[in-house]
Write a protein that binds this ligand. Sequence first.
Ligand SMILES: [Ca+2]
Ligand SMILES: [Ca+2]
Ligand SMILES: [Ca+2]
Ligand SMILES: [Ca+2]
Length: 425
Amino acid sequence: MKYLTRTGWFVLGWLLASTSANAAQVITPADASVTVNGGTVAFTPVYSVTSPQTNTLTGLGLRIHFDADALQWQGVSGTYAYGLQPVGVVTADTENFDADPNTDSYVVVAWVDLAARWPGTGETPLNLLTATFQPKTGFVGTTQIRTSASATADDASFQSTPMSVSVVVEPSVQVRALLQGAFVAAEGKMQDNLRAGSLLPLGQPFAAQGYAGTETTTTDLLETTGNDAPVDWILLELHDSSKPQTVVARKAALLQRDGDVVTADTGSATLHFSGVASGSYYLALRHRNHLGVMSALPLTFAGTPLLVDFTSASTGIYGVPDIRLHSGTYRLLPSGDANNDGKLIADGPDTDKNAILGSVLTSPANTDAQTNFQLSGYLSTDLNLDGKTVFAGPNNEINILLGNVLLAPGNSTTSTNYILRGSLP
Ligand SMILES: [Ca+2]
Ligand SMILES: [Ca+2]
Ligand SMILES: [Ca+2]
Ligand SMILES: [Ca+2]
């Protein structure tokens, strides 16, 4: 307790000894509870006084209590200046002033005004300060930040409410995948025709899949060429480990030519799911017109990114049989889902074939309604991701769809009306 000057101690002793009113000095946290995902914790005690209210008191000595196993004291900012004494240092709460054995440390901040004008008429409710804490490495869970009074004004009582702090660790992941439509076997990489043709949108394109995220990319990232050039957007999902149909979190990202999935805003290969606790989840990956895949089993995600490589045969896929296509040692997501229903259908009702034909025939640019018209644009009917939807003629989409249906591992009779489903629950 060497934080106060000799004068400060004298004054605080005087505060304690003096008696006149019976107001209660009240501390309420600006936020009753906070959840932090890797950032710092901000604690703002708000000061008020109960009846007989007076904003002309002699001050307050405030201890801020915390658990040093959970939180590291960083300091204070925005401290109310009038009457402020030197801020204390972290002190062991051996006397347990806040009656909570879990808070093993405290720091005192005191305001003293011998003229009894503190904090001043009209000042309450008053944000006294903001104390900042860093969650300790390895701490995950809930902890409390409390306050107690080292001195109150004029025999006033003291009331306080704690702040509850939940520290979670964001699940982080690195993902790799290859899309059949863009894959160039001779290179072992995907082509980036959509990017090169300035067709990739700046905002995530998964509204048709019911995703309303706000991810956007930058013109700088879209100008990247070479192995890290963006091929297209993909959508990542975490699914509940015990209810695999339940989506817990989604994130749109960019897929590079070499198969790396990167954040849309910065191009980082480590992706975080914010607002979700670390733990066990299935990881799924979706695309606009390629069948989605999900990990065979729940995986454990924490602060250190886990690599999930869907291009590798050794990465197990949800469901049987494995729907991925083989190209040498690579595994590719099958293209063909032109109508975004999670199925490849070439013959029968709701066919992807008709979606492609309809897209071509109904385009206003196709004035003569020619079936071999080449429709430019960022469209889910463009199964090979070359920027054009082609129904008939060279490089048409139909051959991709038909090939995937006929050669599907479960299509033992090589039927055109076989339905190939994504590896999602
Ligand atoms: Ca304590
Ligand atoms: Ca890369
Ligand atoms: Ca479909
Ligand atoms: Ca195409």
